[in-house]
Design a protein around this ligand. Structure first.
Ligand code: ADP
Ligand code: MG
Length: 281
């Protein structure tokens, strides 16, 4: 008996199953007292180990994906944002858009929860074992510019494309550096139909020429980013300012209207799966 137990311990050590090793003695005592069956003992030990490891994996992956501070769908108050269809967000959380390499646009004025929802969907993807990375558009362009300067642009493009979900936050807040729009276009092109993206923006698609400082590149970007696209528009008040709504100037209180997306003109081959892309629905 002690011989078998020693062997079990050695195996758990060899397999680095530290949590199961910790729980072993307690489990054996319960087994001896007849509180659990043998099969329950095995199940309990493996579940302890698995849950602990999954928790550790998600904690690390959430940091690697730069999804901190962590936001979840559970902590999102849908009742505060009635224009937002909860069912649609929960459908996105099923993550089929990642398998289909689609682009999700979250549009709306500041403080309406775009980054929160993008992060929360990223967390769901991490939990499901997907590789995720989040950065603001400014950070992405900055990283690509530096890589280009150092002759490492292809490597950096591969780095951003390696993730099955890339979250590009805060499109439209900061002016784009010259050449930046082109670098972002290269990234989008690199990922096109290969990897999913979530983009958040406070600006409508009609303003992208201005946002990217280059109408030609903006059109080419939209062409790809609206092809297999899901557009979620949030029209509501800022959650950040909810306690101070009465202090805010009238024009900032409600829906800062965002122009609806232009219908992209498609050239060339039709969508692979023959689906009519859901735009603005
Ligand atoms: P946006 O990216 O649209 O400017 P954020 O997602 O950053 O807005 O939201 C601002 C802050 O308010 C964040 O701390 C976010 O977690 C919180 N927040 C926004 N909307 C909600 C909501 N409906 N329920 C709970 N928290 C929210
Ligand atoms: Mg934001």
């Amino acid at each position: 008996m002690t011989e078998i137990l020693d062997r079990i311990r050695a195996s758990l050590v060899g397999l680095r199953m530290t949590r199961a090793l910790e729980a072993l003695d307690h489990t054996l005592r319960r087994l001896e007292r007849g509180e659990i069956t043998a099969i329950e003992a095995i199940d309990g030990l493996l579940a302890e180990e698995h849950v602990t490891r999954e928790g550790r994996r998600v904690t690390v992956a959430v940091k690697t994906a730069r999804l901190m501070p962590i936001k979840t769908l559970e902590s999102f108050d849908f009742s505060f944002q009635p224009s937002l269809d909860r069912g649609r967000i929960l459908a996105l959380a099923q993550l089929h858009f990642i398998e289909r390499a689609e682009v999700v646009h979250l549009l709306g004025p500041p403080g309406t929860g775009k980054s929160h929802l993008a992060t929360a969907l990223g967390v769901e993807a991490v939990r499901a074992g997907k590789r995720v990375y989040r950065a603001s558009l400014a950070e992405i362009i900055d990283a690509l510019s530096r890589a280009e300067r150092d002759g490492r642009l292809p490597e950096k493009l591969r780095f951003f494309s390696r993730n099955s979900l890339l979250i590009v936050d805060e499109i439209g807040y900061l002016p784009i550096t010259p050449g930046g729009a082109n670098l972002f276009f290269q990234l989008v092109n690199h990922r096109y139909e290969k990897g999913a993206m979530i983009l958040t923006s406070n600006r409508g698609f009609a303003e992208w020429g201005e946002v990217f400082g280059d109408p030609v590149v903006a059109t080419a970007l939209l062409d790809r980013l609206l092809h297999h696209a899901i557009v979620v528009q949030i029209e509501g008040a800022s959650y950040r300012l909810r306690a101070h709504a009465d202090l805010m100037p009238e024009h900032t209180r409600a829906h800062a209207a965002i122009a609806p997306p232009p219908q992209p003109k498609r050239r060339g081959r039709p969508p692979k799966d023959g689906r009519i892309d859901q735009l603005h629905g």
